[in-house]
Design a protein around this ligand. Structure first.
Ligand code: NIG
Ligand code: FE
Length: 422
């Protein structure tokens, strides 16, 4: 037994998200019954070893007995504690901002109309190409500090504002710098198939070939996943299949921006290709959602995006209750459709607009979010042997954290047993 370096003591309520079985804890919770399990423990403590891993979790009295004279004790005074949140879908690294689009949208222009007119994603492509590494790094670091203040300890970050090799590589390089210096777990996704510049519409097949050639380079520079914006007026389902099949041959895992505005068969494609996750899914068909569940694809709901774009939210209840899917939530943080790093608000919107219970929301933001980035074996669950990434709240209950909304109730955040916030 390793020495106990830190004791997180006197936890009033601990949601571990664990079933107790190591094998089960390495997978998402799928369906309504499973997604209600939070592995609750009252009057608990967590013993952390010198490497930042959990040595033991249990009742305060038993765990305290493991400490020695040199153990650093953190008395959380009856607080609520849960695993660090995992944000499995962000467009973290980008230049500029897009507040000028809101009046256009309020006057009736659609998100895709603005993109077709050269704004939207293309405006951010322009701003990202024009920003140097240091500028992008400073902006993304500030965003991460905000995310951390809401309890996020792991993030997925996509490219997709370069749309040409050098600018896509620049986005990856910024995320790689952040991963080296900041206390977050990073997972990177290559999204060069995020939009087609209008100048390339005439030779779109050639543009798609260029994307296919970018993927191995982006993979070798840190992109573990590939993603495509499959959408009416952006990439067709056939183009998405072609690009993602190439990504798979390269050894990349797959994600999709699927069935956001129009139902394009994105959910079906995610199931067919064995994607790790399909995200958005506002207009996904019943059939597509059933197929995703059969194929073990995690459904990532982005309630901040449907809220900000004023769209009918994803059918999370159908996903959990009927299709038996594993549902995760993510911020989709980006300048156009979800300009907020407030992960607490994302979780509140999951409660209010997706109709999820507090238990389901916390599962969706921890262990299921970890599964959406293929980290179910490492993140999102507090159990012996896992990293001590956890959040300590100032709140009388988990439901209070979600319902007293728009502000952070996070007292402190620990990553690998070290306090990184609060
Ligand atoms: O997930 N839908 C496509 N991509 C992003 C938005 C990107 C942007 O508007 O800059 C999304 O919502
Ligand atoms: Fe997105």
């Amino acid at each position: 037994m390793k020495r106990i370096a830190t004791l997180i003591d006197n936890i009033g309520l601990l949601w571990t998200m664990s079933t107790g079985s190591e094998q089960q804890d390495a997978a998402a919770f799928a369906g309504r019954e499973a997604m209600r399990q939070v592995g609750a423990l009252e009057n608990a403590a967590i013993a952390v070893d010198g490497d930042g891993y959990i040595a033991a979790i249990g009742k305060t009295r038993e765990i305290r007995a493991m400490a020695d004279a040199d153990t650093h004790t953190v008395d959380v005074q009856g607080a609520f504690v849960c695993p660090g949140f995992v944000d499995p879908h962000t467009h973290l690294v980008h230049g500029g901002s897009r507040e000028k689009e809101l009046p256009l949208r309020l006057a009736g222009a659609g998100y895709l109309d603005i993109l077709r007119a050269g704004g939207g994603i293309m405006k951010t492509v322009h701003d990202t190409r024009a920003s140097d590494h240091a500028t992008l790094l400073a902006k993304a670091s500030a965003s991460l500090r905000r995310m951390q203040s809401f309890g996020v300890t792991a993030v997925e970050a996509k490219t997709g504002y370069g749309l040409e090799l050098e600018a896509e590589r620049k986005q990856l390089a910024v995320a790689n710098s952040l991963a080296r210096t900041l206390p977050f777990t990073f997972v990177q996704t290559a999204l060069p198939a995020h939009a087609i510049p209008s100048a390339r519409l005439a030779d779109r097949d050639q543009f798609i070939e260029e994307i296919v050639h970018m993927l191995p380079v982006l993979h070798s520079e840190g992109a573990e996943f590939a993603d495509v914006f499959v959408e009416e007026g952006v990439f067709t389902t056939a183009e998405g299949r072609y690009i993602l099949q190439a990504a798979k041959r390269t050894g990349m895992k797959l994600k999709l921006h699927a069935d956001e505005m129009a139902s394009c068969g994105g959910a079906e494609l995610a199931a067919e290709l064995g994607a790790v996750s399909a995200d958005h899914l506002l207009t996904a068909s019943d059939e597509g959602l059933w197929k995703m569940a059969q194929a073990g694809v995690v459904a990532v709901c982005l309630p901040g995006t449907s809220f900000y774009l004023q769209k009918r939210p994803a059918r999370a209840r159908f996903m959990m209750d009927e299709a038996g899917l594993a549902v995760a939530v993510a911020s989709d943080y980006n300048p156009g459709s979800s300009p907020s790093e407030n992960f607490g608000l994302t979780m509140t919107l999951a409660l209010l607009t997706l109709g999820m219970s507090p238990e389901e929301v916390f599962v969706a933001a921890t262990r299921n979010a970890a599964a959406a980035i293929d980290r179910a074996g490492e993140l999102g669950v507090l159990r012996a042997g896992r990293r001590a990434d956890l959040v300590i709240f100032d709140a009388p209950s988990p439901a209070y954290v979600l319902t007293h909304y728009g502000v952070s109730h996070v007292r402190s955040v620990y990553v690998k047993g070290q306090r990184v916030y609060g």
